[in-house]
Design a protein. Structure first.
Lengths: 296, 244
C-alpha cells in the first residue's frame, strides 16, 4: 500500500521537470486565488478572462522580437495587459460607458491582434504553446520569474488589503477620506495582469485565469467570511495544481487542462454538496426557533 | 466657534448651477438640519463639503481634519453581498486615523464592543451585513462613524426606512456627539424629526440658501409641528424668521 502511494504521489517528483512544475504550480496557487476572491466579490469574475486575452499581443510581440525568451515575453504581456486596463478604464470614464463593455471591446481586439501576430511570426506549435502553456517545460529562469512575481503579488496584496476591502465594501467611504478609489482599483488590476503573466508560461494565457477564479468561486460554497474564502481558495488551488500534475504524469494528459479540470471538478462538487448556497444546502435549509443561540 | 464655513459658494452639476451665493457657518457642537425640496441641492452641498465636488466659485472652509470627517450617503453604496460582519464594518472606522497597514489592538476591539452596546447591536456583532434590516444597518453605519471619532458628520436622510426605535437611538447618539463638540449636518424631510433634533436649519430653495431657526418652521398659530411640512418656497424676511 505504502509502496503504491509512493509510486503514485512521490516518485513522479524525482524528475527535475516535475519538481520545477510543482514549485511553479504551488507559487501560483498562493498568489492567484486571493486575487480571484476579490475579483469575484467585486462582480468582476469575467474581467480576469478579459485581461488574460489582453496580455496576448504583448506576449506575441515579445516572441517576435526575441524568440522564445520568457522574460521578454512576460514583459510584453505585462505592458499590453496594463495598457488595455488603462485604456478600458479611461474610455469608460470619458464616455460614461460601463467598464465591462470597454473591457470586452479591448480584449477582443487584443485577442485578434495577438493571434495575428503569432501566426505572422511563428508556427501553430508556438501559438498552441502561448495559448495553452506547458507546465512541464518550466526551466529555472521561468521558475524564478514565477516565484518572484507570485511573492511580489502576495506582498503588495497584504499592503493594500484593508484599502481593497473598504473599496469593495463601500467606495464612498474611501472617497470621503480623500483616497481616490481608482488608485486602489488600478493597483489591483495591475496585480491581476502580473499574475496572469506569471501564469501563462505554465497554464497558457487562456487557462491562467482558471487557477485564479475556480478556487475562488468554489470557496464561496464553503465560507461566508473573507479570510475563510481566501484560505479555502488557496487550499483548493494547492490541491488542484499538485493533483493535476500527478494526473497528467500518470495518465499522460496535458498538464494545464488537468489542473484546471480538477479545480472545475471541485467547483461542481461544491455546487452540489457545499455548506452554503449549494443544492443540498438548499434542501437542508431549515429555520432555528426563536430564541435559539446565534450561530456564526 | 465654527470649523465649517461657506463663503459665497456656487455649486454646479453637469454644467447647471444648483446653488449660488451660499454663505454661513455651521456651529460646532450643534446639529444643523439641511432641508429643501428634491433637487434643491442638499446632496450637492454635502458632496462639496466632503471635498468631492469642486465649487464653481467661492469656497468651503473646513478646519476639521480629513480623517475626522464622516459621511453617511443617502444612496447606500454598501455592497451587501460582501462577506463582512457588523463588528468588522465598525472596525473599519479606525482605518482613516489608524492607517491601512496596522492591525487592530485590544483597545480598538474594546471600543468597538462599547459602541455596539451603545447602539444596541451587540447581539449582531458577527452577523453578515447582508442579513441586517434597514434600521440595524443604519445603526452599524453610525457605529463606524463613532469608531472614527468623527468631528464633522454629514448624514443624508439617515432616518428614511428606519424603525421608530432606531430613530430614537440614532437621535440620542447624534445628540451625544454634538454635546461633545461634533459638527453635525443632517438632511431631513420629516418636520417632526427636525423639531426634535435640529438646533439650526439651513433651508435650500430656488438655488439659494437661507438660515432659519427651527422655530420658524413650526406652525405660526399653534406653535406645534405642522402635520404636513410647509416649506416656504419664498423666503420670509430675515426679521420674520425666528419670531414665530
Amino acid at each position: 500500500m505504502l509502496a503504491l502511494l509512493e509510486a503514485w504521489l512521490l516518485a513522479p517528483f524525482d524528475y527535475g521537470f516535475m519538481q520545477r512544475a510543482l514549485v511553479a504550480g504551488l507559487a501560483l496557487s498562493l498568489a492567484a486565488p486571493p486575487l480571484g476572491v476579490f475579483l469575484m466579490l467585486r462582480g468582476m469574475s469575467l474581467i480576469g478572462d478579459a485581461m488574460a486575452h489582453a496580455i496576448l499581443p504583448g506576449v506575441a510581440l515579445g516572441f517576435l522580437a526575441a524568440g522564445f525568451s520568457l522574460p521578454i515575453m512576460s514583459l510584453g504581456g505585462i505592458l499590453s495587459g496594463l495598457l488595455v486596463a488603462v485604456l478600458a478604464g479611461s474610455v469608460s470614464q470619458m464616455t460614461g460607458h460601463r467598464e465591462d463593455s470597454a473591457m470586452a471591446s479591448f480584449f477582443l481586439i487584443s485577442l485578434a491582434a495577438g493571434v495575428m501576430l503569432v501566426s505572422l511570426g511563428g508556427s501553430s506549435v508556438d501559438l498552441t504553446h502561448v495559448l495553452f502553456g506547458s507546465i512541464l517545460a518550466v526551466d529555472s529562469t521561468a521558475l524564478v520569474l514565477i516565484a518572484g512575481i507570485s511573492s511580489l503579488i502576495v506582498v503588495i496584496l497584504a499592503v493594500i488589503f484593508r484599502a481593497l476591502v473598504v473599496e469593495c465594501l463601500d467606495p464612498l467611504f474611501l472617497r470621503g477620506q480623500g483616497v481616490r478609489g481608482g488608485v486602489v482599483h488600478g493597483i489591483f488590476l495591475g496585480l491581476v495582469v502580473l499574475n496572469l503573466t506569471a501564469g501563462f508560461q505554465t497554464l497558457g494565457t487562456l487557462m491562467a485565469v482558471g487557477l485564479m477564479m475556480l478556487p475562488a468561486t468554489t470557496a464561496r460554497f464553503w465560507s461566508q467570511r473573507l479570510e475563510g474564502l481566501i484560505a479555502i481558495a488557496i487550499g483548493i488551488a494547492l490541491v488542484a495544481s499538485t493533483g493535476g500534475l500527478l494526473l497528467s504524469y500518470h495518465l499522460s494528459l496535458p498538464s494545464g487542462p488537468a489542473i484546471i479540470l480538477l479545480a472545475g471538478g471541485g467547483y461542481v462538487l461544491s455546487a452540489l454538496f457545499g455548506r452554503h448556497h449549494s443544492l443540498t444546502a438548499r434542501w437542508r435549509r431549515h429555520a432555528a426557533p426563536l430564541g435559539a443561540p446565534e450561530h456564526d | 466657534m465654527s470649523r465649517l464655513q461657506l463663503h459665497d459658494l456656487q455649486l454646479a452639476r453637469g454644467g447647471q448651477t444648483v446653488l449660488e451665493h451660499l454663505d454661513g457657518r455651521f456651529q460646532d457642537g450643534a446639529i444643523t438640519a439641511l432641508i429643501g425640496a428634491n433637487g434643491a441641492g442638499k446632496s450637492t452641498l454635502i458632496a462639496a463639503i466632503m471635498g468631492m465636488l469642486a465649487p464653481v466659485a467661492g469656497s468651503v472652509e473646513c478646519r476639521v481634519p480629513r480623517e475626522r470627517c464622516a459621511w453617511l450617503p443617502q444612496q447606500l453604496a454598501l455592497d451587501l453581498t460582501f462577506p463582512m460582519s457588523v463588528e468588522e464594518l465598525i472596525m473599519t472606522g479606525t482605518w482613516p486615523s489608524h492607517g491601512g497597514l496596522k492591525g487592530y489592538c485590544a483597545a480598538h476591539y474594546r471600543r468597538g464592543r462599547e459602541i455596539m452596546a451603545r447602539l444596541g447591536i451587540s447581539h449582531l456583532a458577527h452577523r453578515p451585513l447582508g442579513e441586517l434590516s434597514g434600521g440595524q444597518r443604519q445603526r452599524a453605519l453610525l457605529g463606524r462613524t463613532l469608531m472614527q471619532e468623527a468631528e464633522l458628520l454629514l448624514l443624508d436622510e439617515p432616518f428614511a426606512n428606519v424603525d421608530i426605535e432606531t430613530v430614537d437611538v440614532l437621535m440620542e447618539v447624534l445628540r451625544d456627539m454634538a454635546r461633545q463638540g461634533a459638527t453635525i449636518i443632517v438632511v431631513i424631510h420629516d418636520m417632526e424629526q427636525l423639531a426634535r433634533l435640529a438646533d439650526d436649519v439651513l433651508l435650500l430653495a430656488g438655488g439659494h440658501g437661507r438660515w432659519v431657526s427651527p422655530d420658524a418652521l413650526l406652525d405660526h398659530h399653534s406653535g406645534l409641528v405642522p402635520r404636513v411640512p410647509r416649506l416656504p418656497l419664498t423666503f420670509p424676511d430675515a426679521s420674520h424668521a425666528g419670531t414665530a
